[in-house]
Design a protein around this ligand. Structure first.
Ligand SMILES: Cc1cc2nc3c(=O)[nH]c(=O)nc-3n(C[C@H](O)[C@H](O)[C@H](O)COP(=O)(O)O)c2cc1C
Length: 203
């Protein structure tokens, strides 16, 4: 049973969450888990101005995802930073290259799930995940979120990402925050949960 974790990250927050998602999925017996990033679309000089060149070195070793790899997976977890309450353009461009998979129904019946990051607490994590689900539904995927059995999303004693729609982290307006233990636990839970469902579907 193959689980693919596909992400875009500019400063490393979504990457850290993607690693935790993959860790969770690997806990399920029989799960073969691969981590991939989507292609960068911004020119180097723009990335340099945005302060992304140095942080992106930390995950430059992760292979760039090929569209056909989606078709080979039983479950796909997508990670994206928020851009004005939606997924980032890099992820959108990658998904817009999956028309061939849509035509052939290659993703129909696969499990799809989304996790996210935003700078601010109410800056669009939920809208990013929910609007991403539209694409997954058009592809005929079975959308899975983060159930409340992950009780960390009920916490009020600290600022935390995470909702029934999916794990998320708050990066801070200067990217100064790193994913908290609770947010990483949510990501691991989501990875485990998706892999468990995919294992049942593929058996
Ligand atoms: C063009 C642009 C738009 C953004 N829009 C939002 C937004 O609507 N809400 C928000 O909280 N953060 C917003 N951010 C901040 C990013 O979501 C944040 O940098 C990201 O979640 C950090 O994750 P990363 O380190 O994996 O890139 C935006 C950033 C950029 C560059």
């Amino acid at each position: 049973m193959k689980v693919l974790v596909v992400f875009y990250s500019m400063y490393g927050h979504v990457y850290r969450m993607a690693e935790a998602v993959a860790e969770g999925a690997r806990e399920i017996a029989g799960a073969e888990v691969d981590l991939r990033r989507v292609p960068e679309t911004l020119p180097n000089e723009v990335l340099e101005k945005m302060g992304a060149t140095s942080p992106q070195k930390a995950f430059a070793h992760i292979s760039v995802c090929k569209v056909d790899e989606l078709a080979a997976a039983d479950a796909i977890l997508f990670g994206t930073p928020t851009r004005f309450g939606n997924m980032c353009g890099q992820m959108r461009q990658f998904l817009d290259a999956t028309g061939g998979l849509w035509m052939s129904g290659a993703l129909v019946g696969k499990v799809g799930s989304v996790f996210a990051s935003s700078a601010t607490q109410h800056g669009g994590q939920e809208s990013t995940i929910l609007s991403f689900h539209i694409t997954l539904l058009h592809q005929g995927m079975i959308v899975v979120g983060l159930p409340y059995t992950f009780q960390g999303q009920m916490r009020n004693d600290e600022i935390t990402g995470g909702s029934p729609y999916g794990a998320s982290t708050i990066a801070g307006t200067k990217g100064e925050r790193t994913p908290s233990e609770n947010e990483l636990a949510a990501a691991r839970f989501q990875g485990r949960h998706v892999a468990t469902i995919a294992a049942k579907l593929s058996s």
